[in-house]
Design a binder for this molecule. Sequence first.
Ligand code: ZN
Ligand code: FE
Ligand code: FE
Length: 296
Amino acid sequence: MSKLIIGSHINVSEPDMLLGAVKTALSYGENTFMFYTGAPQNTLRKPISQFKVKEARALMAENGIDINNVVVHAPYIINLANVKDERKFPVTFLQDEIKRVAEIGCKYLVFHPGSHVGKGVEVGLKEEVDNLNLALANDNSKVMILIETMSGKGNELGRNITEIKYLLDNVAKKDRFGVCLDTCHICDSGIEAKDFDQYLVDFDTQIGLDKVHVIHINDSMNPCGSHKDRHENIGFGTLGFDNLINIIYNPRLDGVIKILETPYVNGVAPYKKEIEMIRNKKFNPNLKEELKAEAL
Ligand code: ZN
Ligand code: FE
Ligand code: FE
């Protein structure tokens, strides 16, 4: 097994922007991290010239963080499966986002396939492919778009291997696409933790595990098949600590970047303690109490 590549979602905020994010990630004992180029739930974005990229990259290099392992997540409100306005805002936003990722120097952009808004899976997937093709038509960067496996909340696309495979098979620039797995979403979509290894076998047969570059490691607040998508702290949910450890250290996912997107506890980030548990392979049942005490 190669060295564990593990980090978490980190906020990029004023004044230190990406440099601040690197400092935070290092303080949690992470050797990578994931960030949004602005708020996840809106499309307001600052120019990359304000991100302190040069300083951030110098600090990464000093501490052995490979920029190729640092992941960007696209805002989850852009829906390429339903583009109504004439200016095609979701498409132009994705084009700009890819430029931002390339300018920062990162390789991976995680992307939610969006919702068919009641038009049906088939129509939604077709429209998604058309818009992804449009977005990438004149893009020659090396940024890879990682389509995330989703829980199937509402009319969400990407709820199973078949839907993900359809997108990967039908986009024009196939080498520009990969997959980001999410343990909470997979569980919520209906795969039991005990069947996860079989899921990976199925994924490998149908798509190929070489397409998987990132996995979001989250526990789930809801039962398997609930289609809810509410993340829980590691070991405190439906998946449980041992199952998540088995996934994290699964040889089939060796070398795949592991990113936590678990919830804060009373405003305190859980990542330092969760990564400690993961590295020690030992559950800390007092995690939430300890974080609550820190909040006081
Ligand atoms: Zn996501
Ligand atoms: Fe995720
Ligand atoms: Fe989620």
